[in-house]
Design a protein around this ligand. Structure first.
Ligand SMILES: Cc1cc2nc3c(=O)[nH]c(=O)nc-3n(C[C@H](O)[C@H](O)[C@H](O)COP(=O)(O)OP(=O)(O)OC[C@H]3O[C@@H](n4cnc5c(N)ncnc54)[C@H](O)[C@@H]3O)c2cc1C
Length: 299
């Protein structure tokens, strides 16, 4: 496996923003992953796990250490009639369409989520009233503390709204077993298509973005609604702008920097705080060098 130096990361995120990784690699399997982790451990250098980069804001100032991108690990196996195991780098739209073709129901919600299985487990990704916690039976991880492969049950993953017990610095998802339900392939395909069409109508799919920016602060108050009501649509900072289609989406109009984006997030947060007295917390993760002032957005 090649380990590249000073590798530009913008191309590995759906926002198309990010400076260079000091070192960068893409393991093809668990052994290559463990080998690179061992190297980092021996050199006492930091490492970071990246999936599809569809929920991670990467600093334009770059990332010290080694960025390990999981998207080459994409094996999918059918273990039982209704049980599929997918490696961490498998893309959600791919596995959703695969399940639909097998007449397996449960992943219809995931067709428009451009992340990987690993990122989706960590984030408990969800949409259309469903989420990963409903179908994950167990997850195989590489555990850094014990340096062993472990299997974690659904219960051990302690899934919450857009969160799970997995800390990517402590456990790396290698694969997940997904328990689904047998149903009519036609019905599943129709629902999958319906969900995909909905995305195209309501989200800025063609412009680089990272999905929903902020978590919903209350179950009955969506961040998008609050931002829209507050007049956030089309706010702009450099080349980063609030989407005109969906107020909880920030888009890169071309050449935006992470500084532009964080500046915009600050203003969006302040706006909702002023108008609705509610604090919005970002859904996105960060990777790389951010100033303490920039970090306050995630507090
Ligand atoms: C257009 C668009 C629409 C979206 N719609 C939705 C939606 O409807 N619902 C939703 O929930 N999200 C949505 N998202 C956000 C995003 O796609 C999900 O959160 C997705 O699950 C992130 O997966 P990823 O592989 O891209 O994660 P990344 O952004 O690469 O990583 C996210 C976190 O997971 C960690 N991680 C990734 N892989 C592993 C692994 N193998 N082991 C351990 N840690 C890992 C990373 O270190 C990071 O902390 C959308 C994004 C976009 C761009």
């Amino acid at each position: 496996m090649e380990i590249a130096d000073n590798s530009p990361l913008w191309r590995y995120t759906t926002m198309k923003v990010g400076g260079d990784a000091e070192h960068f690699c893409q393991p093809a399997g668990a052994q290559e992953l463990v080998d690179v982790l061992d190297l980092c451990r021996k050199q006492r250098k930091p490492w970071h796990i990246l999936g599809g980069g569809s929920n991670t804001l990467i600093s334009s100032a770059g990332v010290p250490g080694t960025v390990i991108r999981m998207t080459q690990m994409t094996n999918v196996q059918t273990l039982e009639e209704d049980l599929v195991e997918a490696e961490a780098g498998t893309r959600l739209p791919h596995i959703a369409k695969h399940a639909a073709s097998l007449g397996l129901s449960g992943l219809e919600f995931a067709v428009g989520i451009p992340g990987t299985i690993g990122g989706a487990v960590v984030m408990n990704a969800g949409a259309h009233g469903s989420c990963m916690s409903e179908i994950v039976e167990s997850v195989t991880v590489f555990d850094i503390e014990t340096w062993q492969i472990r299997v974690l049950s659904n219960k051990e993953l302690s899934f919450e709204y857009r969160n799970s017990a997995i800390d990517p610095q402590k456990q790396i998802v290698l694969s997940a077993k997904l328990r689904m339900k047998k149903d009519s392939a036609e019905k599943i395909k129709a629902q999958t298509q319906h969900n995909e069409d909905y995305r195209w109508r309501t989200q800025p799919i063609g412009t680089p973005n990272l999905g929903s920016t902020f978590k919903n602060p209350l179950p009955d108050k969506s961040a998008g609604f609050l931002l829209d009501q507050s007049g956030a649509k089309e706010m702009q900072e450099g080349q980063a702008a609030v989407s005109a289609l969906h107020a909880n989406f920030v888009v890169n109009l071309g050449g935006a920097t992470s500084q532009n984006i964080v500046g915009l997030l600050h203003r969006m947060q302040n706006l909702v705080q002023e108008k609705h007295a509610l604090h919005l917390h970002p859904e996105w993760k960060t990777l790389g060098l951010f100033t303490p002032e920039e970090h306050t957005v995630w507090k």
